[in-house]
Design a protein around this ligand. Sequence first.
Ligand SMILES: [Zn+2]
Ligand SMILES: [Zn+2]
Length: 262
Amino acid sequence: MRVTILGSGSQGNATLFEAPDGTRVLVDAGLSLRQIRGRYLKARGRELDSVDALVLTHAHGDHVAHAARVAKGLDATVHVSRSTERQVDLANVRVERLDPRSTIRIHGMRLHFSPIPHDDPQVAVVAEDDGGDQVGLVTDLGRVPRSLEKHLRGCRTLLLESNHEPELLATAEYPRFVRDRIASPHGHLSNAEAARLIRRLARHRLERVMLMHLSQKANSPQRARARALDALKGEDVEVRVAHQDRVQMYDQPRGIQLGLAF
Ligand SMILES: [Zn+2]
Ligand SMILES: [Zn+2]
């Protein structure tokens, strides 16, 4: 599997999965078509003309703001839950209904979905190629449900939200209701909660983690990474941090490549 994280954070999210047979699945379209194409070209050295599917995890703007234009521009079928479809304008776009507890096959890729708690119905995605390489993408969740750890046990690579440090959130420049929302069980995952899940998954197949969707006001890449490394206590798991304006790439079997800034 090849993974290109085109951007991650509250200003916009988009991650591309490419299977060895050429199947391409884009998850979320919180970046514009121009940004997605431009970042991919700069990072990979070739054009992104089309994708087989666009999966929308949930209906928040940082994940769906450009969904219709991206789907049309990349000739993609959009896979959405009933709830997301109701909230997002997908006129003149091919749509398929996504069951949040299902596995679907798109050519040489299987996508396994599992619901996670957020203030809009949200799914975790595991993309698996025909060689059995599994990559998990899990952001926008307020807590880790028991079902999630099981869902992620086969992943060697995990892209996991590590949104905030509670101590920094308490004094961050957000209105109180926003702080309360972020910290709630239907908000976003703290560094410590992410680190606990990483530690548990290190007993299974986990080899590398990319920390995603960091708050720009209530976190820092250093803090998030230090929390994860502390929890791992020397376990051999590589930990990196995704950025809002930087592309990160993971190519099996070469591992994570250096990010490119925009
Ligand atoms: Zn988000
Ligand atoms: Zn969200």
